[in-house]
Ligand binder design. Structure first.
Ligand SMILES: Nc1ncnc2c1ncn2[C@@H]1O[C@H](COP(=O)(O)OP(=O)(O)OP(=O)(O)O)[C@@H](O)[C@H]1O
Ligand SMILES: [Mg+2]
Length: 447
């Protein structure tokens, strides 16, 4: 409790002096003010945990100060001290939410007084913790607000992100192109204690190997032709922050042992430098290739793989979590309509069916691009298949759309996907094999 700050307000300097010497007072960090006005100034500049204030003060009274605190800083508990004749006002304040009141002289009931002070501080700490929790929850919602999806797979990704964000371990994110690996890496950073420090991303396939090395490690002046000045690398710049090594499988073979060393020790040298530097970065690596296969084929170092493979988050392709398609499509429809001032409001049933039926090899990125183009070209409120530039799953079913046709369309699609395996198709559709066979038979009879 020594770190708890208590502000004591009394116009009587000898009372303040006495307070300082009260047995038990040395357990707290005490601040003193001789008027309510002065106390208010202190409250505006310092984080105080408890106010102990005389009721009778020249100028602004103790109860006036209580009312002001109650309005503007209601999380700080307030204890009033009364002398003969001011008890009524104190009782009134307690009814309005003051923590307690005590009559002078305090020395009469000192044990009870300190017990009350401790109780008030405990309440304050509980409130503080609650606020921290609220802020954390808010930050979490913010970080996930752009990460759309309610499929079990996406819920699992969100859970893993929340679990791993707080601890500074290396995270490996796996997923096909466009599945949201960078989005997840940013969410990890946003939810981590490093969130107010920088986030950097580097794509290991984007640079020629020498350039990548100097991007990552920096270089000294004159290290190579063209190195006209010292350049700090990303490991150095990401000190206390997060660095995303994207497409890590593409890092050149000669650089991989260097990467391993810096990941293990946090120590490195700039290109052309002799001085060892240190940095406290957090690494998130991303890959759209199966790193195990890369190791097996000798393209990726095993030891670096083990160093990266500490905590893996796998983002499944969009075709394996199709229930996320409508949510993502509608989210981006609204977003693009707003930013381009277009009239598009919703999708026609056919259009949604087309989006659902497509396999999205480019995953969410491809879906986002298709929606963007549709919103731009759409002149009314409804987006139809005409604005969707994706392969149409089956022309005939889209023309005559009623529930029966939709059912039939899905059954055909499920059979096609499962390679005509009825058990699998029934599983995809969430019906029994028997029901599926009956339905197929009925369709065949209708022909
Ligand atoms: N779950 C999602 N909700 C909303 N938008 C998403 C989601 N997943 C991905 N996106 C969006 O899709 C686009 C691609 O995402 P991102 O760049 O994170 O993918 P990536 O896996 O890093 O792709 P690449 O392998 O090609 O680098 C971005 O515009 C991103 O905002
Ligand atoms: Mg990416």
């Amino acid at each position: 409790m020594l770190s708890s700050k208590i502000l004591i307000v009394d116009d009587n300097a000898s009372f303040l002096e006495l307070f300082r010497t009260l047995p038990g007072a040395d357990q707290f960090n005490l601040l003193f003010s001789t008027s309510a006005e002065e106390a208010w100034n202190v409250l505006r500049s310092k984080a105080v945990d408890l106010i102990i204030c005389d009721v009778r003060l020249p100028g602004m009274s103790g109860t006036d100060l209580f009312n002001k605190v109650q309005d503007e800083l209601p999380e700080i508990p307030f204890i009033l001290i009364t002398a003969f004749g001011s008890t009524e006002d104190a009782i009134e304040a307690v009814k309005k939410g003051a923590f307690h009141y005590f009559e002078k002289p305090l020395t009469n009931r000192l044990d009870l007084f300190w017990a009350t002070v401790r109780e008030a501080l405990a309440k304050r700490n509980a409130l503080k913790e609650l606020n921290i929790l609220r802020e954390e929850r808010h930050a979490r919602n913010q970080a996930f607000s752009s990460f759309i999806g309610r499929s079990p797979a996406i819920e699992a990704v969100k859970k893993a992100v929340s679990q791993v964000a707080e601890v500074s371990i290396t995270v490996l994110i796996e997923g096909e192109t466009g599945t949201g690996k960078e989005l997840v890496a940013r969410a990890i950073h946003e939810l981590s204690p490093r969130c107010d420090k920088p986030f950097f991303a580097v794509n290991c396939s984007e640079f020629s190997s020498g350039v990548l090395e100097s991007e990552l490690f920096g270089h000294e002046k004159g290290a190579f032709t063209g190195a006209v000045a010292v350049k700090k690398g990303l490991f150095e710049l990401a000190d206390q922050g997060t660095l995303l090594l994207d497409e890590i499988s593409e890092s050149p073979a000669y650089l991989q042992p260097k990467l391993l060393r810096v990941l293990e020790s946090g120590a490195f040298k700039r290109v052309g430098g002799s001085c060892t530097l240190g940095s406290d970065f957090r690494i998130v690596a991303a890959t759209n290739k199966d790193l195990k296969e890369e190791v097996a084929s000798g393209r990726f170092r095993k030891d670096l793989f083990y160093r990266l493979n500490v905590f893996v988050i796998h983002i499944p392709p969009l075709r394996e979590r199709k229930q996320d398609i409508p949510l993502i499509a509608e989210h981006y429809l609204k977003r693009f309509a707003r930013s381009f001032h277009r009239p598009a409001e919703t999708f026609s049933e056919n259009a949604m069916l087309t989006l659902m039926a497509y396999d999205w090899p480019g995953n969410v990125r491809e879906l986002v691009n298709v929606i963007e183009r549709a919103v731009i070209t759409c002149t009314g409120s409804l987006i139809t298949t005409r604005q969707l530039h994706v392969e149409s799953p089956s022309q005939q079913t889209l023309s005559d759309l009623n529930l029966k046709n939709m059912e039939r369309f899905y059954i055909e699609l499920a059979l096609k996907r499962s390679g005509n395996n009825k058990t699998k198709a029934a599983e995809i559709l969430g019906i029994s094999r028997k029901t599926l066979i009956e339905k197929v038979k009925r369709y065949e009879e209708e022909l």
